[in-house]
Ligand binder design. Structure first.
Ligand code: AMP
Ligand code: MG
Length: 524
């Protein structure tokens, strides 16, 4: 196995002088050196062929002893000096102080072609940042992270990737619902891959500690490697950097709203400085369209991270990042000016995206009204978001709203209770479709053209929680066939894949209130 190791983070930034793996506050440093824990008998569950290629590996590496050893944490890659990052964060709106990579260990960075990739094991043991936890991960959450990272990438959503999923052979104790019923689960390790895993929280912790020297080094390092067109070390450079992080984060959340992804734990330590979706925990996908939905039971009360709040939370998180880097600029106004535009920019980007989902020509004003009216009628009775938008492409300009429910036939499968389609509910839909058909007739787009364009933004297949749960239950019995099947399915979320039609279906009723399907916690 041949990887072109070219570390920068641990070469350019201040390290913790203490090399002991003890839990502590780490001051005046961006990271601590730490080596992964020895897994007792690692086995490979799945590897992403695409990520292997991205980092410069060959197909045949997948079954090598080296691959198994390195990406389970059993053996160190030559020329690397693994480390855990120090970061802080706001959790559910409150400053939580030092958090850090409590169960993530960065193996190092590889350069392949023009791209730089950081490789990070998640679940490979405790670090100085583990606080009271064990540094481990279970198969359940690791299947979810591995498959969802790749599914999101193929949906066109900015995200960290996942190279591999391994069982460690060790048992891990978890209390899934935090109700005192702990049980042993299979331990697993995922190898995540991204240009960088730097988070908003990496900046925040240094600012909170008034460690300006390290803060400046971290900002300059980030600009140097990931925003090389900007000027490190200058006031304008930092403001431009903040603007770019803002634009990228905005782009990311517009994609989330497009595909119905709910992150679940948008704490500032879970916000990538590169605008990538990071930390797949108690995330979920909208099934019934409901802006108030969150999959995370830990957030069940305040519902801070519900679907409809995600854009506002991104903005709030950006404000925290702005406060953290403000000392580098010595003033807050230029950063505030960047944030001031966020709302307006978001509305414009969201309206454009939704217009594409509806197959409309871009028009100022008129699209926004039609979109808002749709958002008002969608939650009236439970409508599956993915099926609704995918099948909307099947309507033709000649569509008309008749007296019965026949006009709904292309999307009838999206309704969880089609029997609700009567009275006011039916009238609301009739009214909306009358306007929609009018609009289609005003636009100069042919039915075929529109269908092709809509099928590129409205996925047919997303990684619904119950699908993940089915794959997990099989994998727990050492049957990895569904992990393989779903990985392949989700490589082409916009493709028709007629032989996979069974996955283009509403969530089955058994999954409605099942743990792991509708209820997820941070326990992983
Ligand atoms: P999360 O809510 O998963 O983003 O995690 C918040 C913080 O808790 C991060 O610093 C994680 O590294 C840490 N953490 C979560 N789970 C564990 C675990 N099992 N062992 C050690 N640290 C953990
Ligand atoms: Mg996290």
């Amino acid at each position: 196995m041949n990887l072109n190791i070219k570390d920068t983070f641990n070469k350019e930034l201040p390290h913790d002088l203490n090399r002991q793996n003890s839990r502590r506050q780490v001051l005046n440093a961006c990271f601590s050196y730490v080596i992964p824990r020895l897994p007792s008998s690692p086995t490979l569950v799945h590897a992403s062929d695409e990520v292997m290629k991205e980092i410069g590996l060959d197909e045949k590496d997948e079954n090598s002893e080296d691959f198994l050893s390195v990406f389970s944490g059993k053996k160190l890659l030559e020329g690397t000096d693994p480390y855990a990052m120090c970061y802080g964060g706001h959790q559910f709106g409150n400053w939580a102080g030092q958090l850090g990579d409590g169960r993530a260990i960065n193996l190092g960075e590889v350069v392949n072609g023009a791209k730089r990739w950081a490789l990070q094991l998640k679940g490979a043991g405790a670090t100085p940042y583990s606080r009271s936890a064990d540094g481990l991960a279970v198969l359940r959450s690791s299947v979810r992270e591995h498959l969802c990272s790749e599914a999101m990438f193929h949906l066109g959503v900015p995200t960290t990737r996942s190279l591999s999923l391994m069982l460690t052979g060790d048992k891990v104790l978890r209390d899934v619902l935090y109700d005192g019923n702990s049980a042993y689960e299979k331990g697993a390790v995922v190898c995540r891959v991204a240009p960088s895993f730097i988070r908003f929280g990496n900046f925040q912790i240094l600012a909170a500690r008034k460690d300006m020297a390290s803060l400046k080094k971290l900002a300059d390092h980030t600009i140097r490697h990931f925003f090389p067109h900007l000027k490190e070390g200058t006031k304008n450079g930092y403001v431009d950097f903040f603007r770019e992080v803002t634009n990228r984060s905005l782009d990311m959340v517009v994609h989330w709203q497009r595909v119905g992804f709910v992150h679940g734990v948008m704490n500032t330590d879970n916000m990538s400085i590169l605008g990538l979706t990071i930390d797949y925990g108690p995330y979920g996908w909208l099934e019934g369209y409901d802006a108030g939905w969150t999959p995370n039971t830990t957030d069940g009360q305040g519902k801070r991270y519900q679907f409809g709040n995600q854009p506002g939370v991104v903005m709030w998180n950006l404000a925290q990042l702005g406060s953290a880097i403000a000392p580098l600029i010595n003033e807050i106004e230029p950063l505030e000016a960047v944030l001031k535009d966020f709302k307006e920019k978001y509305v414009a980007a969201y309206t454009k995206m939704m217009g594409q989902k509806l197959g409309l020509e871009v028009r100022s004003g008129s699209n926004a009204a039609l979109i808002q009216e749709l958002e008002a009628v969608l939650p009236v009775t439970e409508v599956d978001m993915t099926i609704f938008f995918r099948n909307l492409a099947k309507f033709s300009k000649e569509g008309h709203t008749d007296d019965g429910t026949a006009f709904l036939s292309p999307i009838i499968d999206a309704f969880y209770q089609p029997e609700d389609l009567k009275g006011e509910v039916l009238e609301a839909w009739r009214e909306w479709f009358a306007k929609y058909f009018n609009r289609l007739n005003e636009d100069g787009i042919s039915d075929e053209e529109r269908r092709v364009a809509m099928d590129q933004v409205n996925p047919k297949y997303v990684f619904r929680n119950y699908m993940a749960q089915m794959a997990i239950e099989k994998a727990d019995n050492n049957d990895f066939s569904l992990v393989d099947e779903l990985y392949l399915l989700l490589k082409q979320p916009y493709g028709e894949q007629p032989d996979q039609q069974k996955w283009f279906a509403k969530r089955p009723e058994w999954a409605r209130h099942k743990v792991g399907c509708s209820m997820l916690s941070c326990s992983s």
